[in-house]
Design a protein. Structure first.
Lengths: 115, 112
C-alpha cells in the first residue's frame, strides 16, 4: 500500500500569513499532486509534478506556489494567505501512466483555516 | 478547460437496492475514468476505473459503464450495504494533459 504523509493535519493562520504544507511519499512514485476539496466543487487541482524539480500548473493555481525538492517531497506554499484559501488540502501520488499506474494514493489531508 | 459534472450531489437508497451515480465529461480526448470513495472524515481511495477501449467493467458489486458518444459514465453499486455510505468522486484524464479532473462528488447514504 502506497504511503503518503501530509503535515500538519490542521493549521490556523491569519490573513496575510505565510503557510507551508508538506507532503512526503515513500513509494518512489513519479507524480505528485496538490488538490483542495471544497463543498460543491469537489477536488480541484492546484499544482502537480512529474518528478524532482518539475512543476506543472493545475486548474486553480492563483495564490499558491509549489516546489518538488526530491522525488519524495512536495510542498505547497501560501505566501499571503487569504480566507478564500480556507479548505481541506490533499496531496496525492501516482506511479505514472499505463495500466494501474494512474491510481492516485492520497494523504490524510490538511485542514487549513485562514482567519 | 475540461469539466466533469457529477449529476447527483446526494443520493439515498435502501440497503440491498442498487445505487447509480452519473457523470458527464467534455473532453473528447479523455480516455481514462476512475472512481474514488471518501468515507466520513477520511481520505480518498480508488475503487474502480474504466478505459475508453471498453464500455463496461465489473468488480464484485461495482459496475462502471461508459458511453463515449454521450460522453457519459456511471457507477452502479449493486446490493448496497451500510459500508457503501460515502462520498463518491468520478474523474477523467486526457493523457496529453496528464492530470485527473474530478467531479463535485456524490454523497451516498444507505438507509436500513
Amino acid at each position: 500500500e502506497a504511503a503518503v504523509t501530509q503535515s500538519p493535519r490542521n493549521k490556523v493562520t491569519v490573513t496575510g500569513g505565510n503557510v507551508t504544507l508538506s507532503c512526503r511519499q515513500t513509494n518512489s512514485h513519479n507524480y505528485m499532486y496538490w488538490y483542495r476539496q471544497d463543498t460543491g466543487h469537489g477536488l480541484r487541482l492546484i499544482h502537480y509534478s512529474y518528478g524532482a524539480g518539475n512543476l506543472q500548473i493545475g486548474d486553480v493555481p492563483d495564490g499558491y506556489k509549489a516546489t518538488r525538492t526530491t522525488q519524495e517531497d512536495f510542498f505547497l506554499l501560501l505566501e499571503l494567505a487569504s480566507p478564500s484559501q480556507t479548505s481541506l488540502y490533499f496531496c496525492a501520488s501516482s506511479e505514472g501512466r499505463g495500466r494501474g499506474a494512474e491510481t492516485l494514493y492520497f494523504g490524510s489531508g490538511t485542514r487549513l483555516t485562514v482567519l | 478547460g475540461e469539466k466533469v459534472e457529477q449529476h447527483e450531489s446526494t443520493l439515498s437508497v435502501r440497503e440491498g437496492d442498487s445505487a447509480v451515480i452519473n457523470c458527464t465529461y467534455t473532453d473528447t480526448a479523455s480516455s481514462y475514468f476512475p472512481w474514488y470513495k471518501q468515507e466520513a472524515g477520511k481520505s480518498l481511495h480508488f475503487v474502480i476505473d474504466i478505459r475508453s477501449n471498453v464500455d463496461r467493467k465489473q468488480s464484485q458489486r461495482l459496475i462502471v459503464l461508459l458511453d463515449k458518444k454521450a460522453k457519459r459514465f456511471s457507477l452502479h453499486i449493486t446490493a448496497t450495504q451500510p459500508e457503501d455510505s460515502a462520498i463518491y468522486f468520478c474523474a477523467d484524464m486526457n493523457y496529453n494533459q496528464g492530470k485527473l479532473i474530478f467531479g463535485q462528488g456524490t454523497k451516498l447514504s444507505i438507509k436500513p
